[in-house]
Design a protein around this ligand. Structure first.
Ligand SMILES: *Cc1c(COP(=O)(O)O)cnc(C)c1O
Ligand SMILES: [Zn+2]
Length: 460
């Protein structure tokens, strides 16, 4: 095998076999990457070579939107790959949302990852982590989750029947769509009396103690699968590179994976330039924004300013500041992939912005009205693109791809609270997080059970 694990810290760079199970460098504690001896691998000469797989859809590996690109994440033998047909997602040029964002006609695209089997982009990563779990013969896998990671891990475990699963959820605002998936897919579910960051800390400890396979995005194999979201975007654009990728930022696994994808494609000569990356925080969970835009923390060749980062977290603890946003999938205090995301921002000339829950829900309503529904966190990418357009950072003529990370049905409570026009629901669910209005509400019309009255309403 020409794949190995490698510590991302420039002064360490320790390497480990892909069959070793770890989620941080045992020498220095830094994050790990999956790396490859590309010169010994059969790398395609052009991205177009992947088109040959389109005619081979009876082979599950060629059908998968992740594994048809397996030459670009070659850490597993074909026989070990666990796939449930993930990655059948679509890039759609979207006129109404483009207008809302302020783009010229034809310039705004939505990459709809809600179409994955469990309804979020997480399946791109979980197919890769499940594959690795199979390679190492794991008997039990675990994750901490704001909801979608557990839904994804649970669906892979129940389909593959290779290992049992335990998911740790916090006791905050897990969306019922997501919780219902973990329960329905028969995952053992532990509700920790704490928030997501607590649940993640505990699951890391338990996994270490008990030799349980950890599937959070500190797992570097997951990020290999998530690279393919970018390959599919390029594929949909006839292998042209867009100007911007805009993505919500939570634990920063996705943004990190996107950066790695483009760094590798450029290095392999498969693309001639790298798009710019915009990572969008919720204003109530804005660690990356604070560090990158307000305090100037940068990748700096891997030597980023840990002092500033540690001080920020010390202050956060001291002031007992806790992340708080309706976009529960990105309600995270301490993003575990911070360093890798800084690397991605460096490679992609990136920017970070924060958007309020009001902006998120308005953007989400526009995405819905434009034909793709999404969950609140995904609305952040569209709200962020709109902000960057207003600032003039994104030009109206740029080609912009907003990643819609999760399906609309994940979190129907918030959608109904926004649209229904029910004041008490609005006051209970949305107002406490600073949402004042529902500009794009599409409220149901109450009408008497009477033909004449219904006709009257319809002719208004
Ligand atoms: C997990 C998740 C995110 C955050 O992604 P990160 O890789 O943790 O930054 C955003 N949106 C949805 C729907 C998610 O499930
Ligand atoms: Zn190290």
């Amino acid at each position: 095998m020409y794949a190995f694990q490698r510590c991302i810290a420039p002064l360490c760079r320790a390497t480990f076999d892909v069959t070793e199970v770890m989620t941080s460098c045992p020498d220095c504690g830094s994050l790990l990457d999956i790396d490859y001896e590309w010169d010994k691998l059969p790398v395609p000469k052009s991205l177009r070579e992947f088109e040959a797989r389109w005619s081979n859809r009876h082979n599950p590996l060629d059908y998968s939107g992740v594994w048809r690109f397996r030459d670009l994440l070659p850490f597993a033998a074909d026989k070990d790959i666990v796939t449930i047909g993930e990655g059948q997602t679509i890039l759609q040029q979207n006129q109404p949302v483009g207008k809302y964002v302020g783009m010229n006609p034809g310039k705004l695209y939505l990459q709809y990852e809600g179409l994955n089997p469990s309804g979020s982009f997480k399946d791109n990563g979980m197919t890769a982590a499940s594959t690795h779990a199979r390679m190492v013969g794991a008997k039990m896998a675990a994750c901490a989750s704001t909801g979608n990671t557990s839904a994804s891990l649970a669906i892979y475990a129940s389909t593959a029947q290779l290992f049992r699963v335990v998911v740790f959820v916090g006791s905050g605002k897990i969306a019922y769509g997501k919780l219902s998936q973990a329960l329905d897919y028969d995952a053992r579910t532990l509700q920790i009396l704490g928030d997501f960051d607590d649940a993640l800390e505990r699951v890391r400890e338990v996994a270490g103690e008990r030799g349980i396979y950890l599937c959070n995005s500190v797992n570097p194999f997951r990020l290999e699968g998530q690279k393919t979201i970018m390959y599919r975007i390029l594929e949909s654009l006839n292998w042209q590179v867009p100007d911007w990728i805009v993505v919500p930022g939570g634990n920063l696994g996705n943004s990190s994976a996107f950066g790695k994808a483009f760094i590798e494609l450029k290095m392999l000569g498969l693309i001639d330039r790298i798009p710019r990356l915009a990572v969008i925080n919720a204003a109530g969970a804005n660690t990356l924004y604070q560090l990158y835009e307000q305090r100037g923390v940068r990748w700096d060749g891997g030597m980023s300013d840990d002092g500033t980062v540690n001080q920020f977290f010390a202050d956060m603890d001291h002031d007992q500041r806790k992340a708080s946003t309706l976009a529960s999938a990105i309600e995270i205090n301490r993003p575990v992939n911070l360093k890798k995301c800084l690397r991605a921002l460096d490679a992609c000339d990136g920017v970070v912005r924060q958007v309020t829950d009001q902006q998120i829900l308005d953007a989400k309503a526009q995405v819905g009205a434009g034909g793709f529904g999404c969950e609140p966190a995904s609305g952040a990418s569209v709200a962020g693109a709109k902000l960057l357009r207003a600032e003039g950072v994104i030009a109206p003529s740029d080609r912009v791809v907003c990643v819609l990370t999760g399906h609309q049905l994940k979190d129907p409570d918030i959608t109904v609270a926004y649209h229904s026009g029910n004041k008490s629901l609005f006051d209970e669910k949305l107002r406490p997080l600073g949402v004042e209005s529902a500009e794009f509400a599409n409220s149901p019309i109450v009408v008497e059970n009477n033909l004449q009255k219904i006709i009257e309403v319809l002719s208004r």
